[in-house]
Write a protein that binds this ligand. Structure first.
Ligand code: HXC
Ligand code: NAP
Length: 274
């Protein structure tokens, strides 16, 4: 699909932007002419992502940093702003996940997901505030259906992403006066991604069941989410702030939950056998 968004001359920063959904978002902004900064932990992911994004001919800066490290996030942002100037669009999407029943989850297992998804989001937004273009910046948090649909094996991610949503709303209140808009995208099951692989059972029958449970009868693509991010960053979304927008083929209406949970039953049962 061709959408005529032009982000040339704009600086877009994507945390967790080296793989999966967030990389799809970075890709879309690169195609639309933005100068891009992508940040994640693993240097090999940063290297691969920057190489691919540069093939569009734009300016790309890659930084290796862990969102759990407040100072490292600050340094990554300072370096990116030194290079490309104030930030027009900030995407915060770093996350971690695994399937585990709460009764079997260690304290550290719960904490690690909350630290990456929720505390990490706070670090990114808090450190970015000084560098956001005012007025005019758009901030996009990547949340998940788990933030408002409780799911078995997902106590850590449900708690963390619910927190991310409230962060979105509170900062929309606090930063709105400076002309900063802040919204959340909640992707549904996006095919081919790490999150999708982790949460879905390998059995083809389970995959089919989950697909059929989506009202639009298909899994999502990277472009489905990226197109929404382009829209939210554009002037067409100039009066939208504090919103949580599902991009999930209608799955937020809870019909997908039983299929995902039964996929989780399969995945945890095969993990227990291994
Ligand atoms: C039980 C587990 C576990 C598992 C890890 N832990 N995996 N417990 N079952 N499968 C526990 C460990 O035992 C340890 O606790 C604690 O978690 C920390 O584990 P580490 O491996 O030391 O953590 P770390 O190296 O920091 O890695 C973080 C991670 C990892 C979250 C565990 O999976 C990761 O880096 N993920 C990033 C990629 C990712 O998950 N992407 C998917 C995002 S999808 P103890 O007590 O032993 O010390 C998403 C939502 C999708 O967010 C929604 C779809 C609808
Ligand atoms: P993914 O490819 O694993 O993306 C996660 C990204 O975050 C990676 O680039 C990873 O790179 C980075 N990251 C992880 N921990 C980090 C840390 N501590 N510090 C800095 N960066 C870190 O998974 P995905 O499935 O595309 O998920 C992307 C986003 O979409 C997440 O916010 C997820 O919750 C959300 N989501 C996904 C789905 C889905 O269907 N996939 C559905 C709903 C919501 P490094 O390993 O290099 O750090």
């Amino acid at each position: 699909m061709q959408v005529n968004f032009d982000f040339s001359g704009q600086h877009v920063v994507v945390f967790g932007g080296t793989t999966g959904i967030n990389f799809g978002i970075a890709h879309a902004f690169a195609r639309q002419g933005a100068s891009l900064t992508v940040v994640s932990r693993k240097p090999e992911n940063v290297e691969a992502a920057t190489t691919e994004l540069r093939s569009y001919g734009g300016k790309v800066h890659g930084v290796s940093a862990d969102v759990r490290d407040f100072d490292a996030v600050g340094r990554a942002l300072q370096a990116s702003v030194d290079r490309f100037g104030l930030i027009d669009t900030l995407v915060s999407g770093a996350a971690g996940n695994f399937l585990c029943e709460a009764k079997d989850m260690s304290s550290n297992g719960f904490k690690v997901v909350v630290d990456i998804d929720l505390v990490g989001s706070f670090h990114v937004l808090r450190q970015a505030h000084a560098h956001l273009k005012k007025p005019g910046a758009s901030v996009i948090n990547i949340t998940a259906p788990q933030s408002f649909i409780p799911m078995r094996y997902q106590a850590h991610a449900c708690a963390a992403k619910a927190g991310v949503d409230q962060l979105t709303r509170v900062l929309a209140l606090e930063w709105g006066g400076e002309g900063i808009r802040i919204n959340s995208i909640s992707p549904g099951p996006i095919d081919g991604t790490e999150g999708f692989r982790k949460l879905m059972a390998p059995a083809p029958s389970e995959r089919e069941r989950a697909r059929n449970a989506v009202p639009l009868k298909r899994f999502g693509s990277l472009d489905d989410v990226a197109n929404l991010a382009l829209f939210l960053a554009s002037p067409f979304a100039g009066y939208i702030s504090g919103a949580l927008i599902p991009c999930d083929g209608g799955g937020a209406m809870e019909s997908v939950k039983p299929a995902l949970e039964s996929a989780g039953d399969e995945a945890t049962a095969s993990a227990a056998k291994a």
